[in-house]
Write a protein that binds this ligand. Structure first.
Ligand SMILES: Nc1ncnc2c1ncn2[C@@H]1O[C@H](COP(=O)(O)OP(=O)(O)OP(=O)(O)O)[C@@H](O)[C@H]1O
Ligand SMILES: [Mg+2]
Length: 401
């Protein structure tokens, strides 16, 4: 699959909101990190293998930052460094020239200008491969997020030559490994302690292999010491995306910075609701909280546990309330699902002929369909370039639309 452009932001004097919202509005781009003075810049650039670093230069630290960037440019010649919001000051401009920034853009950031600045980096990407990250998030305890993440991963892995990883980010109570009955020797905690580059060998050592072929990155064993830094998490997810076709992430049900790291990298966020008022209310709250901080085109609403006989609350009503289409419905089948959960066998293997397994197959098919449409669009095949897609922008300018 065509690789998405990985962009990290770096700032010492606070975030530039216009930069973040411009980045969020661009297709084919992933925000791979939001870094500040607490990170060791060289190390995180190396581990996250980003393509572009945007640096906010509007604050009092800009002289110090520009000096630092000179050595970054020398040490990472492949990296595109974009300065944002540099004040119009001759001394600062001189420092910026010396720092050999690839581009300078004004703040507030105009998305079209940012696209233009990113074009060079997008061209360099060529055919470097990348997987798709699917985040699964529940809307209250027991919505079915973990069941869906585990079954979706196994279903995707059934397809020919698909490398799939599933990551348990419910750091305290996650049960992806239990649902798939694997006993990992390493977990996210050990992987996060590594200072080496996250290459294929390191990832293969850390991930447990399920018989379906799915690789499982389990949550830390000790829930009391289950903290993973955001920088490490982002680097691990980025490395997984370079080594797997699909990375399915079982998110914790909280709107915190961990969720933001995952959502910034996600190609699709599956929000799992049920046909119950509290669940839909929570969904509505989550959507409201995400609006402005997330590319909402990537939001997919799922309705889980749809009963055979329609009740007062229907999937159509959920769609009406949330003002979003329902991407996929999964039937309620307590007997089949709980049998599979208790055996530690995913439903799609334990009861492949059940309606609930068919729903997981449909879900995987829908996501595969989206992936191939994105591939086709990136290759300039049968789709017109969309307004704010990097590849579309490039095709327009290069006259290959
Ligand atoms: N479609 C379904 N039909 C019947 N039961 C289901 C279905 N999906 C999930 N369940 C059951 O609901 C329970 C909760 O599911 P799951 O653990 O996947 O939810 P979750 O959203 O991950 O919960 P948590 O908030 O604890 O992380 C499980 O016991 C599972 O067997
Ligand atoms: Mg769960």
């Amino acid at each position: 699959m065509a690789r998405a452009l990985k962009v990290a932001t770096y700032q010492l004097d606070g975030e530039d909101e216009s930069l973040r919202s411009a980045l969020l509005s661009i297709d084919g781009l992933r925000i791979a990190g939001q870094w500040d003075a607490s990170v060791e810049l060289d190390g995180v650039i190396r581990q996250s293998r980003i393509d572009v670093l945007t640096v906010v230069l509007s604050g009092p630290s800009s002289p110090k930052l520009l000096e630092r960037l000179g050595s970054v440019a020398r040490e990472h010649p492949e990296l595109t460094v974009i300065g944002v919001g540099l004040p119009n000051d001759p001394e600062l401009l001189k420092l910026a020239m010396r720092a050999r920034l690839s581009e300078l853009i004004d703040s507030p950031v105009d998305p079209e200008r940012l696209l233009q600045a990113l074009a060079g980096a997008a061209e360099k990407l060529a055919s470097r491969p990348s997987g798709r990250l699917i985040a699964v998030r529940g809307t209250g305890g027991g919505s079915g997020a973990t069941t869906i993440a585990a079954n979706l991963a196994v279903e995707l892995a059934k397809r020919k030559e698909r490398r799939v990883a599933v990551v348990d980010l419910d750091l305290k109570f996650g049960h992806v490994a239990t649902m798939l009955d694997v006993s990992p020797t390493h977990t996210l905690a050990e992987l996060a302690q590594q200072s080496e580059e996250y290459d294929e060998r390191l990832l293969n050592n850390a991930l447990a292999k399920h018989e379906s072929g799915v690789s499982v990155l389990a949550r830390p064993r000790d829930p009391e010491n289950a903290n993973v830094s955001l920088v490490k998490l982002s680097a691990i997810l980025n490395a997984l995306l370079e080594n797997f076709d699909w990375v399915v992430v079982d998110e914790p049900g909280r709107s915190d910075m961990t969720a933001r790291v995952v959502q910034d990298l996600a190609d699709a966020l599956l929000l799992v609701t049920q046909l119950a008022v509290p669940s839909v209310r929570n969904a509505s709250q989550i959507i409201a909280a995400l609006t402005g901080g997330f590319n909402m085109d990537r939001m997919r609403v799922l309705v889980n546990r749809v009963p055979k006989k329609g009740g007062v609350f229907t999937a159509e009503k959920v769609a009406d309330t949330l003002k979003r289409p329902i991407f996929c419905e999964i039937p309620d089948d307590w007997e089949t699902v709980s049998h599979a959960v208790n055996l530690g066998v995913p439903v799609v293997l334990d009861a492949p002929d059940s309606k609930v397994a068919a729903a997981f197959t449909r879900l995987a098919g829908l996501l595969e369909g989206e992936a191939s449409r994105t591939r086709a669009a990136a290759a300039g095949a049968d789709q017109p370039p969309s307004g704010k897609s990097i590849m579309g922008w490039l095709r327009d300018r290069l006259g290959r639309g």
